[in-house]
Write a protein that binds this ligand. Structure first.
Ligand code: KMH
Ligand code: ZN
Length: 289
């Protein structure tokens, strides 16, 4: 057979590249229960470097104190942002959700650490036996602060009602810093929306026009949500914050293996992992000066 530029490859690219976010730590797990959890700055930087190598473009960051307990200490957060920037070109997204026990005041102050981005949850949700509080006035104050300080928010949606609250927020205050709306569907939290393909399709259909989105399935919903997200044109978030079991009876050995699996599946879907520069362009996150 002769080469012919009009012959198309048998497997055409299925869509845009895949943004992979790693959420390595969270605020709920304890180090003795999950030894692979990065809780020191050194462990976090090593994790970030490995995850960047394996296909992540964003790191969603919760930090711990000297006793490995969750903290929003502004000095530690600032040091963490600069250490991650020194070691990698990942987009550094700080959690403003913190732990369910954190005050609104300390959650708002997270932005003073000058991250590239932050999470912004669009409503209160039952969270296992606890309640993750995000009342409307708090959401508004946090959103306006992201606009004033030039931090790109990622809208965390744990429930379909959060999608409605996102529309309300954008209607009232306009576009986010960076000009682009990117959401993360956090699925399968006990108390939030279910982690399955039917729910994902409903949530995606309700998103603002032009928004991009990632999805993460908590616990055993991790794989169904990942496959559904890839099929529906979405992006992926993985990490120990959301999943501690790699396969039945087999704990996750490292965040990097979750990123590696996500990148492999994205590649099989003909939507390979994007790099941080591509992610910045898609999300409207400015280059670092
Ligand atoms: N730790 C949860 C209570 C976020 O990072 O913005 C909230 C959370 C969401 O993880
Ligand atoms: Zn988080």
């Amino acid at each position: 057979m002769t080469a012919d530029s009009s012959i198309r490859p048998a497997v055409a690219p299925a869509g845009p590249a895949t943004l992979i976010t790693v959420a390595p730590t969270g605020a709920e797990l304890e180090k003795p229960d999950v030894p692979a959890l990065p809780v020191t700055l050194d462990e976090l930087v090593t994790t970030a470097t490995e995850c960047r190598r394996d296909g992540a473009s964003i790191i969603h960051v919760h930090i711990r104190d000297g006793h490995a307990r969750p903290t929003l200490d502004i000095g530690r957060l600032t040091e963490t942002v600069s250490a991650l920037r020194e070691a990698t070109d990942l987009i550094v997204q700080l959690s403003t959700g913190g732990a369910v026990t954190d005050s609104f005041e300390t959650r708002l102050a997270v932005l003073d650490a000058s991250p590239d981005g932050c999470s912004l949850t669009c409503g209160t949700v039952n969270f296992g036996d606890n309640v993750f509080m995000n009342p409307w006035p708090f959401m508004c104050e946090l959103y306006v602060r992201t606009q004033d300080l030039g931090v790109v928010p990622e809208f965390e949606l744990f429930d379909l009602g959060h999608v409605a609250a996102l529309h309300r927020l954008l209607d009232k205050f306009g576009a986010p810093f960076g000009g682009h709306v990117h959401c993360d569907l956090v699925m399968g939290v006990p108390g939030g929306m279910a982690g399955n393909a039917e729910t994902l399709v409903q949530a995606v259909a309700a998103l603002p026009a032009g928004a991009t989105w990632s999805a993460t399935g908590v616990g055993r919903t991790s794989l169904p949500v990942m496959f559904a997200a890839l099929a529906a044109g979405g992006h992926l978030r993985v990490g120990l914050e959301d999943t501690i079991t790699f396969a039945r009876g087999r704990p996750v050995a490292s965040n990097a293996e979750l990123v590696d699996r996500a990148a492999t599946l994205a590649g099989l879907a003909q939507r390979p992992a994007m790099n941080p520069a591509q992610a910045r362009a898609m999300l409207g996150v400015p280059d670092r000066v």
